[in-house]
Design a protein around this ligand. Structure first.
Ligand SMILES: N[C@@H](CCC(=O)N[C@@H](CS)C(=O)NCC(=O)O)C(=O)O
Length: 224
């Protein structure tokens, strides 16, 4: 694996090129939780990729050429050869299937995957909205509503994690990985108490936030 540091007018970023073949490209921002989700997956799979900063602060994601990658104007977008995708969780499912023989096995087969998929949907439709932008609004009742929702979700996680080491089953999978960006922020907020007070959730959280692949994403963010 060769690493090249490339300086663009807006920022310095890291390019990791494959020696042969196409280079997968992630178009995003290192501070974006959805982008971080895809970066964590690529590091778990130990595959080479190029990170392309989009320039969210300049509004470049709302203009061409980015709109041809994601017409909704949201990061990340992803390219692998002639394949273009957006939506971080779908990108990760693609990577996990297409590079099944590399790095960490992030998916199961058959019935085990069906069960893991239930928890993947729980993350996307229950956890993510409850854990996003906590404290980012002055609207007290909106914060209380989110906290109540998060309490319900984490209570269910506590029961699940008393039975299985990870949310999808006995192995670390995309289910857990998809939680990483929001969990990291949650642990830096006053809502940390909701994790700390649940022993199984707390142990799971400490385990997955310490994964080397996730630490690489945090290092990218710190170096930006
Ligand atoms: N469901 C999408 C969410 C993408 C998303 O909301 N991205 C944010 C950054 S985390 C973004 O592009 N925000 C810019 C904007 O809303 O203009 C995914 O998982 O990829």
């Amino acid at each position: 694996m060769t690493m090249t540091f490339v300086t663009s007018p807006s920022s310095t970023y890291m390019t990791i090129r494959r020696r042969n073949g196409n280079t997968m490209k992630v178009h995003g921002e290192v501070f974006s939780s959805a982008t971080q989700r895809v970066l964590a997956c690529l590091y778990e799979k130990e595959v080479d990729f190029e990170f392309v900063p989009v320039g969210l602060r300049t509004g470049a994601h709302k203009k061409q050429p980015f709109l041809s990658l994601n017409p909704f104007g949201l990061v990340p977008a992803f390219e692998d050869g002639d394949m273009t995708l957006f939506e971080s969780r779908t990108i990760n499912l693609y990577i996990a299937h297409a590079y099944k023989d590399k790095g960490t096995q992030l998916i199961y087969d058959g019935k085990k995957m069906a069960i893991a998929s239930v928890w993947m949907d729980v993350e996307a439709h229950q956890f993510d909205s409850a854990a996003s932008k906590l404290g980012g609004t002055a609207d007290v009742s909106a914060v209380q509503e989110k906290e109540a929702k998060l309490v319900r979700v984490l209570d269910i996680y506590e029961v699940r994690l008393a039975q299985f080491k990870y949310l999808g089953g006995d192995d670390f999978t995309l289910v857990d990985l998809h939680h990483l960006p929001r969990l990291q922020r949650l642990m830096g907020s006053q809502m940390k108490k909701l994790v700390d007070s649940r022993p199984h959730v707390s142990a799971w959280c400490a385990d997955i936030l310490a994964r080397p692949a996730w630490l690489k994403v945090l290092a990218m963010q710190a170096n930006n």
